[in-house]
Design a protein around this ligand. Structure first.
Ligand code: ADP
Length: 217
């Protein structure tokens, strides 16, 4: 198993890119946001615990997120593509310790960068499939579904994430700006760190990502 990481602010396109990459490459997509949202919608003990933080755009605590991730990685043999994890320096260090203990290598770390003013337009217009096994992502400006409000892939209703309001985005960006610099510094010196300009059409970013993954395979 190898573990790859996508970094970038909320709305930078990590989820969209990850979903397309795993259609083409032998990787499993792990989004901590999707896992946590699924727990919230099912009303599990975990979901009830993290619901308020998620809706207001605050981070879930490191130990909870690390616990979910390490349990998921335990018996995994496939290569993993993380989206939304690690999000803090502590999570990155914990992941590193976990990987070393398993004799597993960190693969690519791809940093998708984008200016903050772009993000609100993207996030406010984002719609996601309500089926937790699908989680397809649409955008009312740039990627509309064929039938309004319905997922092209599975036919479930689309919804607006409760943290995709301007207020919650503001709080997510504050969190992001607080935690990102040390996280980025942790990875920047590593040989597998790559930077990608995120303010471009998704297809171009996809092609660049495929190229990066093929180069290092
Ligand atoms: P985005 O990248 O658009 O902000 P995500 O789907 O990755 O959205 O995450 C949504 C929310 O889930 C975050 O605002 C946070 O509350 C929680 N979350 C997801 N991943 C993590 C993580 N690694 N650490 C802490 N909280 C997380």
């Amino acid at each position: 198993m190898k573990v790859h990481v996508l970094l970038g602010p909320p709305g930078s396109g990590k989820g969209t890119q990850a979903k397309h990459l795993v259609e083409k490459l032998p990787l499993i997509h792990l989004s901590t946001g999707d896992i946590l949202r699924d727990a919230v919608s099912k009303g599990t003990e975990l979901g009830l615990r993290v619901k308020a933080n998620m809706a207001s755009g605050k981070l879930v605590d490191d130990n909870t997120v690390n616990g979910i991730v390490f349990a998921r990685l335990q018996d995994e043999t496939n290569d993993i593509l993380f989206d939304g994890y690690p999000r803090t320096l502590f999570q990155a260090e914990s992941l590193q310790t976990f990987l070393s203990s398993q004799g597993t290598a960190l693969g690519l770390v791809v940093d998708i960068e984008i200016q903050e003013q772009e993000l609100e337009v993207r996030v406010v217009n984002r719609r996601v499939c309500s089926n937790p096994d699908c989680c397809a992502i649409y955008n009312l400006n740039s990627k509309t579904p064929q039938v309004e409000g319905i997922c092209d892939l599975c036919g479930s209703p689309l919804k607006h994430r409760s943290d995709d309001t301007p207020q919650a985005l503001h709080s997510r960006l504050l969190e992001f700006n607080k935690t990102f610099e040390p996280l980025q510094s942790f990875y920047k010196g590593k040989p597998n760190y790559r930077y990608v300009e995120g303010n471009r059409p998704p297809e171009l970013i996809h092609d660049r990502l495929v190229q990066l993954f093929q180069e290092q395979a």
